[in-house]
Write a protein that binds this ligand. Structure first.
Ligand code: DOR
Ligand code: ZN
Length: 347
C-alpha cells in the first residue's frame, strides 16, 4: 500500500539564505512555515562578521517571521582572512553565533571577502575546535585551472582532508555536497564531519540545466553535476546515516538577476522545500528514513534538542506558482509551474 500521509518531528533547514531588507520580508516566511530552526547564511553586503551585526540581523529575521513565533534563526559568522577569534569566542558563548561559515574567496555570491588561504585562519579554527563551534564549509577550490565541475572533488584533496587531519576535533559541515566524491568521503571519514544536501541536487543533474537551452533558474553553486553524482547523493541522503541532513541552500535572486547575460547563482527552493525532499524519499522507497534526514540528524550533529512540534505531509498533487513577488522583487521559485506530488497538510 502506498503511504498517503507522513507525520514527522518538525524539521530544520541547516543552510538557507534569507537576504535582507525587502527581499528578507518577502522570502522569510516560506522557511519559517515549514522549519523549526534554520542556519542563516551570513553572505550579506556587507557580510555578517561581528556578533553585533548577527544580533541585529537576527532581530530583522524575527520581525519578518513574526507570524511564526516558534521559528528560531540560528546565526553564523562570515570568516575572513582577518576575522577576530575573540569575536567568535564571545559571540558563540553568548549564543549569538551557532557556527561560522568558510567561503573560499570568490567561490560564489558575495564571497569576495572570504578566506584567501585557509592557513591564514588556522588560529581561528583552533579556537573553534576548542570551544566546539561548527565550521560550515563551501567546498570548492577557486582556480582558473580547475574545471567548474571538478572544483568540489579538488577541494577534498587540497583543503578538506588536510584540515580534518590538522584539526581532528573540529566539527565540520561540508555544505551542499554535489558529488559522489564528497558523499563517499563524508561517509568514510571517521572524524566530526557531516554534510548537508539540497533538494535540487537530489533532483537535477547538469543536463537539466543545459540540455534544450540554458535554464538560468537551475544554475547554482556548486553547480549540478553528472547523473552518477546525483544518484550517489540520493543513496546517502536516504540511507539513514546520521552524517547527512537537510540543508536547502535556498538562495533567492530577482528574476532579472537570474535571466541575465551574467546570471546569479542560486535556486529559490524554500517555498516547497519539504515537498521536494519527501518526493525523493518516496521515489527511493525510503519514507521511513525521512524524519532522520529532515528532523533528527542535524540537531544531533549540532548538539541541539530536537523540535517539539510535528508536521504532516500528504501525497496530494499541488501546482508550484510561476512567480513570487512583483517588479524588481519578482522571483521564480524552484520548479515554477510544475506539479509536485506531495503537499504540507494544513491541519
Ligand atoms: O548558488 C548559490 N547561491 N550558491 C552559493 O554558494 C551562494 C548562494 C547565494 O548566496 O546566492
Ligand atoms: Zn548557500
Amino acid at each position: 500500500m502506498p503511504t498517503n500521509s507522513l507525520t514527522i518531528t518538525k524539521p530544520d533547514d541547516w543552510h538557507v539564505h534569507l537576504r535582507d531588507g525587502d527581499m528578507l520580508k518577502q522570502v522569510a516566511s516560506y522557511t519559517a512555515r515549514q522549519f523549526g530552526r534554520a542556519i542563516i547564511m551570513p553572505n550579506l553586503k556587507p557580510p555578517v562578521t561581528t556578533a553585533v551585526m548577527a544580533a541585529a540581523y537576527r532581530e530583522r529575521i524575527l520581525q519578518a517571521t513574526r507570524d511564526y513565533p516558534d521559528f528560531e534563526p540560528l546565526m553564523t559568522a562570515y570568516l575572513t582572512d582577518t576575522i577576530d577569534a575573540q569575536e567568535l569566542r564571545t559571540g558563540y558563548s553568548e549564543g549569538i553565533f551557532t557556527a561560522a561559515k568558510l567561503y573560499p574567496a570568490n567561490a560564489t555570491t558575495n564571497s569576495a571577502a572570504g578566506v584567501s588561504d585557509i592557513k591564514k585562519i588556522y588560529p581561528v579554527l583552533e579556537v573553534m575546535q576548542e570551544i566546539g563551534m561548527p565550521l560550515l564549509v563551501h567546498g570548492e577550490v577557486v582556480s582558473k585551472n580547475i574545471d567548474i565541475f571538478d572544483r568540489e572533488a579538488a577541494f577534498i584533496d587540497a583543503i578538506m582532508q588536510p584540515l580534518l587531519h590538522d584539526m581532528p576535533e573540529l566539527k565540520v559541515v561540508f555544505e551542499h555536497i554535489t558529488t559522489k566524491d564528497a558523499a563517499d568521503f563524508v561517509e568514510a571519514s571517521a572524524g566530526n564531519i557531516a554534510a548537508t544536501i539540497t533538494a535540487h541536487h537530489l533532483q537535477i543533474n547538469r543536463n537539466d540545466m543545459l540540455v534544450g537551452g540554458i535554464k538560468p533558474h537551475l544554475y547554482c553553486l556548486p553547480v549540478a553535476k553528472r547523473e552518477v553524482h546525483r544518484l550517489a547523493l540520493r543513496r546517502v541522503a536516504t540511507s539513514g546515516n546520521g552524517k547527512f541532513f537537510l540543508g536547502t541552500d535556498s538562495a533567492p535572486h530577482a528574476v532579472h538577476d537570474k535571466e541575465s547575460a551574467c546570471g546569479c547563482a542560486g535556486i529559490f527552493s524554500a517555498p516547497n522545500a519539504l515537498e521536494n525532499y519527501v518526493q525523493v524519499f518516496d521515489e527511493e522507497n525510503a519514507l521511513d528514513k525521512f524524519e532522520a534526514f529532515a528532523s533528527l540528524n542535524g540537531s544531533a550533529f549540532y548538539g541541539l534538542p530536537v523540535n517539539q512540534g510535528k508536521i504532516t505531509l500528504q501525497c496530494q498533487p499541488q501546482d508550484v506558482v510561476s512567480v513570487i513577488g512583483e517588479k524588481e522583487l519578482a522571483i521564480s521559485p524552484y520548479r515554477a509551474g510544475e506539479v509536485l506530488r506531495w503537499r504540507i497538510s494544513d491541519n
